[in-house]
Design a protein around this ligand. Structure first.
Ligand code: PMP
Length: 422
């Protein structure tokens, strides 16, 4: 496959040509928090409102039919994107957080009891920890963790000691939003199934960047967010295996998710409506379908390859900066992001000083506070790449960081004086 040339598609993303703080060209390295979206997606969303908007699955009129057709077509696009067997295994949700909460509430309440075990690990995002802690609180289940290796990967040599006959669910991120680590999901699925557990995969950071096939990976549930993959915010997906979704009670109650309602009770609709209570994010879901079209027109393999080139280059350039420590594994085990700390200054100051140079990065704990605790730090700075990121932007980041690190480095004279004092 031909190499992806990001310069050739940057005109699809007009925001990338913005200047900030006067005349600084924007260097947007915060796509892991939320990506930018191309005109192709924005035009589709606009067209929904211009030509074909009404509530879905309700009105017997042309506009409702147009909106419903586009909405259901988007579901089939996502089905193909994920390699799912059936379109009704694809549920539109507000995003990854909502998807994981749906599983923890609906599947969790029905299948997890006191003394059962929930297997997590320290690199998970808060949205793949807290819903499971809440499930444990409700049920008396026990939370366990797969330990990490020193370079920030799951330590599978320890898996047998934490994955047991009592494990009901293994929840894991496919790609860590802080370390960049790509986790071996297919192997984890096999191991989880061998003890009768289900596997829930947080694909928020993988689906935008790596080809994902839920049947090949053999995962039971998978969650993603549209806004990280060139789609609108406010929409995401919960994929679940048909048999599991069929057996689960609905999570939210309201319109659309019912079969019949009487004064005394209700029956549930079938899939996927059972899990789509209320008016869904209609234009956003259709926009997510357009985002999938856009990503597939470029090719997920090419996107992954391009990001690998960027991350290898960034790893090499940033490693050379005195006082800078990169978190997480070597480039061959990671996706397109790099988090790091400097001896000085603090992560937030780094982000602010980079911002003054037009460079947008994320600083903080990135919703992975337990991971930062385990590393003995409170915050880090993260640069994350996407299909439109360029080597020149990595150069700008490295140059900015060298300058910032230099500003806070003790001068030769001060360093010598300190030595004498010691
Ligand atoms: N999991 C991971 C790994 C993430 O990076 C994020 C977004 N930062 C989420 C879950 C939550 O996604 P959302 O806020 O779109 O629900």
């Amino acid at each position: 496959t031909a190499q992806l040339l990001p310069e050739s598609l940057r005109s699809d993303f007009p925001i990338l040509a913005e200047h900030v703080h006067g005349d600084q060209p924007l260097v947007f390295l915060d796509s892991a928090a939320s990506s930018q979206r191309p005109l192709q997606v924005m035009n589709v969303v606009r067209d929904v409102y211009v030509r074909g908007y009404a509530n879905v699955h309700r009105g017997i009129h042309v506009m409702s039919e147009r909106a419903t057709d586009s909405y259901e077509e988007a579901r089939r696009k996502l089905q193909k994107f994920l390699g799912a067997k059936f379109d009704h295994e694809v549920i539109f949700t507000p995003g990854t957080t909502a998807s994981i909460n749906t599983v923890a509430r609906s599947w969790g309440n029905a299948n997890v009891g006191a003394g059962d075990e929930i297997l997590l690990n320290p690199m998970e995002h808060h949205s793949n920890l807290v819903p499971w802690f809440q499930l444990a609180e409700r049920t008396g289940a026990v939370v366990k963790h797969i330990p990490l290796t020193d370079d920030g990967r799951l330590d599978l040599s320890q898996l047998d000691s934490v994955l047991t006959e009592r494990t009901k669910v293994l929840a894991v991120t496919h790609v860590s939003n802080t370390l960049g680590t790509v986790n071996p999901v297919a192997e984890l699925a096999r191991r989880a199934h061998a003890v009768g557990a289900v596997i829930v995969v947080d694909a928020a950071q993988s689906a935008p960047h790596l080809a994902t096939n839920v049947v090949e990976l053999d995962v039971d549930f998978l969650a993603l967010s549209g806004h990280k993959m060139c789609g609108p915010s406010g929409v995401g997906i919960l994929y679940g295996k048909e048999s599991l979704l069929e057996a689960m009670p609905p999570f939210l109650g309201g319109g659309s998710m019912i079969g019949q309602v009487t004064l005394d009770g209700f029956t549930s609709a079938g899939l996927p409506a059972k899990f789509e209570a209320g008016t869904p994010p209609i234009a956003q879901a259709i926009g997510l379908g357009a985002a999938v079209d856009y990503l597939q027109s470029i090719g997920l393999e090419r996107i992954a390859q391009h990001e690998h080139v960027l991350v290898e280059y960034a790893y090499e350039k940033l490693s050379a900066i005195e006082g800078l420590t990169i978190l997480g594994p070597a480039p061959e085990h990671r996706a397109g992001l790099v988090s790091f700390v400097l001896t000085q200054p603090h992560a937030h100051d780094i982000a602010q000083l980079l911002d003054q140079r037009g460079i947008a990065v994320r600083a903080g704990h990135h919703c992975t506070q337990p991971l930062h605790d385990s590393l003995g730090i409170t915050a880090s700075t993260r640069a994350s790449f996407y299909l439109y990121s360029t080597l020149a932007e990595v150069d700008a980041l490295a140059a900015g960081l060298s300058e910032i690190a230099g500003m806070f480095r003790p001068t030769g004279r001060r360093r010598r004086r300190r030595k004498v004092e010691e």
